[in-house]
Design a protein around this ligand. Structure first.
Ligand code: FAD
Length: 409
């Protein structure tokens, strides 16, 4: 359908608004263009796509995390550069920071995650988060302003902390990684040993154990709970992600962390016209691991649910699994922790050339998946499925029934 005709028929078209132009939102928007009789509008605060899984490279100056939307988004999707500030489900409108608002027939909530709000004294003031492009740019400027031999402390021993520490150490920065009790508790001990060895070989000083919790952050030091003080010129905060509060602010049900609570078709438990995907979705209060591995299929599934509803068909439950965790360990190196269908780390991991190939091919691979869906909507298929998710949901329901009967739906 050409755009003039589309405009004349605007009254008859179903309006789908997607909030958030990350992996999940772009995948959903592209997939929706399978139908000619709907308009797809994507709201995002920037005019460029952020390839978040490359932000550690962006920070270290070893790679770029910015991609043009023209490279990933279907031509038919209208991009509105703005931030959603309120969803009014009763009137089916989204209000934006500019004061403009958009009406919708279906809404997909895909606003992702951001940096967690640390409750450690001094952290908000002196530590630099890196969960968004702007934050990574600020941290990069601080690193560039510091002398080459200045001590840098990275707080957080999870994947992001490990990736940041190794990327910086590989370029010669003197890095201390504060892990808390143990380096990335998710990992299998065998994989943890391998990663520890690699970090030490890169020259990263690892601080872990019962006293390695950050108690206070000052302008030039990180104070640990056991009294140690780590002299630091730049302090990077990579201790977990936080969730934006748009859903809660809009009166929609969320899980305890702020993700929009949905059923297994990714439909909000409050409103059949609202769906969620990616980091900001909590299907059955059992969210998948925050990852782009989950975001792409969740985005596609949310679009499928909308398309099925429009077609008068029953939407399907999700069957998505997250089967591994890829961790980059400086340029050209990586470990891939394999996981079970329930996302528990297995004994096996991939390292060496194979691990690096899997990790580094995912950078262009994810962009290709989005672009391909933009050109051939409906073509994307996810390989990793979890037919046992039903059992997990049932178990969770029983657990909730035991804890609080009012929460069972
Ligand atoms: C340094 C780093 C490294 C990572 N490495 C990996 C990795 O190796 N593997 C992996 O699987 N995951 C990794 N992740 C996590 C991964 O990036 C996220 O899980 C993924 O981006 C989630 O995708 P999403 O589409 O849900 O959200 P996002 O990619 O966060 O996209 C959400 C979009 O919504 C926009 N938005 C937010 N609020 C609003 C609003 N109010 N209105 C409109 N738009 C809004 C945001 O600006 C953003 O563009 C990493 C993250 C970081 C920070």
């Amino acid at each position: 359908m050409n755009s003039e005709l589309a405009h004349d028929n605007a009254e008859a078209l179903t309006r789908v608004v997607v909030i958030g132009g990350g992996y999940a939102g772009v995948m959903a928007a592209n997939r929706l263009t399978q139908r000619d009789d709907l308009t797809v509008t994507l709201i995002n605060p920037r005019s460029t796509f952020v390839h978040r899984i490359r932000l550690q490279q962006h920070l270290a100056g070893s790679g770029d995390a910015v991609v043009e939307y023209s490279d990933v988004l279907a031509e038919r999707v209208r991009l509105v550069v703005d931030s959603a500030t309120q969803i009014r489900s009763s009137g089916r409108t989204v209000t934006m920071a500019s004061g403009e608002s958009l009406d919708y027939d279906y809404l997909i909530y895909a606003i992702g995650s951001g940096s967690g709000r640390p409750d450690v004294p001094g952290a908000a003031e002196f530590a630099l988060p890196i969960a968004s492009l702007e934050e990574a740019q600020r941290a990069r400027s601080a690193l560039e302003a510091a002398p080459p031999d200045a001590p840098v402390t990275v707080v957080g021993g999870g994947v992001t902390g490990i990736e940041v520490a190794s990327e910086l150490a590989a370029r010669g920065t003197k890095v201390t990684l504060v892990c808390g009790e143990v380096l990335n508790p998710y990992l299998h001990p065998k994989t943890r040993r391998k990663i520890t060895k690699k970090l030490l070989a890169l020259g990263v000083t690892l601080v872990e154990g019962p006293g390695a919790r950050v108690a206070r952050v000052e302008r030039d030091s990180v104070q640990l709970s056991d009294g140690r003080a780590l002299s630091s010129r730049v302090i990077i905060w990579a201790a977990g992600f936080g969730l934006p509060d748009l859903a809660a602010r809009s009166g929609l049900s969320t899980d305890a962390d702020g993700r929009l609570l949905t059923d297994e078709t990714l439909t909000s438990v409050d409103d059949p016209r609202i769906l969620a995907a990616g980091d900001s979705a909590a299907p059955s209060d059992l969210p998948l691991r925050m990852s782009c591995q989950a975001a792409n299929p969740l985005g596609a599934h949310a679009a499928d649910t909308v398309l099925r509803r429009i077609a008068g068909e029953e939407p399907a439950p999700i069957d998505i699994a997250v089967f591994f965790q890829c961790i980059s360990l400086g340029p050209g190196a990586a470990t891939v922790q394999l996981a079970s269908k329930q996302d528990a780390a297995k004994r096996f991991s991939l390292g060496g050339r194979l691990g690096a190939k899997v990790k580094y091919s995912s950078f262009p691979g994810l962009i290709k998946e989005l672009a391909h869906e933009g050109h051939e909507p409906g073509s994307y298929r996810w390989r990793f499925k979890n037919p046992k998710r039903k059992l997990q949901v049932r178990a969770k329901r029983n657990e909730l029934l035991t804890i609080d009967p009012a929460r069972s739906r």
